[in-house]
Write a protein that binds this ligand. Structure first.
Ligand code: SF4
Ligand code: SF4
Length: 365
């Protein structure tokens, strides 16, 4: 784990200071420029929507097919979806995540959503191409090399098909989910994707409630995942949307909830501000239930390291990270990464820090 130590800073530098005013942190022109860039997107207010309860494959460890949401009757009426989207706008929602089970099976409903709500993303397995008119980010899930996908997802030649469908598509971000069993395969997948000029980001398998199978991480596998991510980030900086702080946050022994206190309604009783007030997770029948509402429902919160969860949970903790220039730079890198992964047209800048910065008040691992 030597490669994971924080890069040393020289004695007598700014790193020695323990108290900073926000204005002093922003005095650094590089930090200020990035802050001004990301704060333009603070208007984003997300909710998520299960588009269908069907999928064209069946993966081990799929959280969609845990819990009750899979049993909701599908609402296939475009008019009902249009009405919902219009009501969501009135409620202040500005960004939609179309997910569970496989949205590419209902492209006409995705179209309706896009026409009403221009900003959003779709979580897809990438086996069926979504029409270009749906100009959302498309997150294509990759769970290992093709041998592993065949075993875990029962789908042959998966990466080859995904690349064929989405090569040269600016909407596409391939999302490599590190499980306990596929850590070594990330290198060959990153190599294959970068050779085709595809963009890649990382996720960490987060066990559904009650799942104790072989994909669930241990402290040892999280350490190996961390090492792999750092290596790939330095090998393919032009094709990987990630930062060192993303690495720390998502491979920590503690879950995102334990590190940052999750702000989704399921774990946050507050109905006054932020996600606790605005976020809803709609099932395929267009109902929602505050008690189970989060972006990855039926995931075990004590094992939650999901990239979609972090995009809200970490970014919401601005004030905790405004404690020093180094910590704030790490947070800015995280937000810059999140926007590049989730928002069409947003270009990621170079990461501001390569240090491994611990989450506020926490150990590094
Ligand atoms: S592709 Fe996604 S929704 Fe379909 S079974 Fe796999 S994990 Fe579940
Ligand atoms: S699973 Fe993750 S995102 Fe969902 S409530 Fe738990 S900690 Fe939050």
């Amino acid at each position: 784990m030597d490669s994971l130590k924080i890069e040393p800073t020289a004695p007598g530098t700014a790193a020695d200071r323990t108290e900073w005013k926000f204005s002093e942190i922003l005095a650094d022109p590089e930090i200020r420029a990035r802050w001004e860039k990301v704060r333009n997107y603070f208007f984003l207010r997300e909710s998520t929507y299960d588009m269908t309860n069907r999928c064209n494959i069946r993966c081990d460890g799929c959280y969609y097919y845990e819990g009750r949401k899979q049993f909701a009757d599908e609402n296939k009426d475009p008019a009902a979806w249009r009405k919902l989207m219009r009501a969501e706008k009135v409620r202040g929602i500005t960004y939609v995540v179309l997910a569970g089970a496989e949205p590419s099976l209902v492209p006409e409903l995705c179209e309706v959503c896009h026409r009403e709500m221009p900003l959003g993303s779709i979580a897809s397995n990438g086996l069926k191409r979504i029409p270009a008119s749906v100009n959302y980010k498309i997150h294509i899930s990759v769970w290992g090399n093709d041998q592993t996908s065949l075993k875990v997802r029962k789908a042959p030649n998966m990466l080859r098909k995904q690349i064929k469908n989405y090569k040269d598509d600016p909407r596409a971000v391939f999302v490599y989910t590190y499980t306990r069993e596929n850590i070594d395969q990330a290198h060959e997948v990153a190599e294959a994707l970068s050779a085709q000029e595809c963009m890649l980001t990382f996720n960490v398998f987060s066990a559904p409630v009650g799942y104790e199978g072989p994909l669930r991480h241990t402290a040892e596998s999280l350490g190996r995942t961390r090492k792999s991510m750092i290596e790939l980030l330095s090998m393919y900086p032009d094709h990987i949307l990630f930062s060192h702080y993303n690495v720390v946050a998502h491979t920590h022994r503690k879950s995102l909830h334990d590190l940052y206190a999750c702000s989704y309604p399921r774990m946050n009783p507050s109905t006054d501000i932020g996600l606790g007030r605005s976020f809803r997770q709609y099932r395929a029948d267009l109902t929602w239930d505050r008690d189970v509402a989060c972006c990855v429902p039926d995931t075990d919160c004590s094992d939650c390291r999901h990239y979609a969860a972090g995009s809200a949970v970490v970014t919401a903790r601005l004030f905790r990270h405004a404690s020093s220039p180094e910590t704030f730079k790490a947070w800015l890198d995280y937000v810059d990464t999140y926007l590049a992964v989730w928002v069409m047209g947003y270009e990621k800048g170079p990461n501001l820090t390569r240090s491994l910065v611990p989450p506020p008040g926490q150990a590094l691992f």
